[in-house]
Design a protein around this ligand. Structure first.
Ligand code: NI
Length: 163
């Protein structure tokens, strides 16, 4: 089932999400609905608060191949952040807005998949590193807009007035 994506300004995007303590059928349904919604909107990632849930769940597919390869992280934790990459980001909750964000290049992400198995994902840069940090930020109520430098924030403000 496709879910409605909340837009910036909705307070539910600003909550600190709660850990999932048990993977129930309801959680599995949420995960599969989030994946369906992400693909329907052509996104590379989606976090639970974007569909109105306050649970620590992200789904993503950095689209490095033509085949769909959806990944899920429940209760994601990022560690071993190092290096720096800078690139354009957008967000399904902030339609029409883009901006350059500086992120760590290397990131190690751990968490559970929808079967409750431990997952470790290491990324050395590129879309996967960015998407892991962008989506995990959502679980702490942070949008990429918050991470823009002042000049970029000003540009986005002007663009928004023209939208
Ligand atoms: Ni986003």
């Amino acid at each position: 089932m496709k879910l409605e994506i909340l837009k910036e300004g909705d307070e539910r995007l600003r909550v600190i999400c709660k850990k999932v303590d048990k993977i129930t059928p309801r959680i599995k349904k949420l995960v599969s609905d989030m994946i369906e919604t992400m693909y329907a909107k052509n996104g590379v990632g989606l976090a639970a608060p974007q569909v109105g849930s306050d649970l620590r769940i992200i789904v993503f597919d950095p689209r490095t191949t033509r085949r769909k390869h959806p990944m899920v992280l429940i209760n994601p934790e990022l560690s071993e952040l190092s290096g720096e990459i800078r690139g354009d980001e957008g967000c399904l909750s902030c339609p029409g807005l883009w901006g350059e964000v500086t992120r760590s290049a290397h990131v190690k992400a751990t968490g559970l998949n929808e079967k409750g198995e431990e997952v470790v994902i290491e990324s050395e840069g590129g879309v996967l590193s960015v998407v892991l940090q962008h989506e995990t930020d959502h679980l702490d109520g942070i949008l990429f807009l918050d991470r823009l430098d002042p000049a970029q924030q000003l540009r986005v403000m002007k663009e928004r007035e023209e939208l």
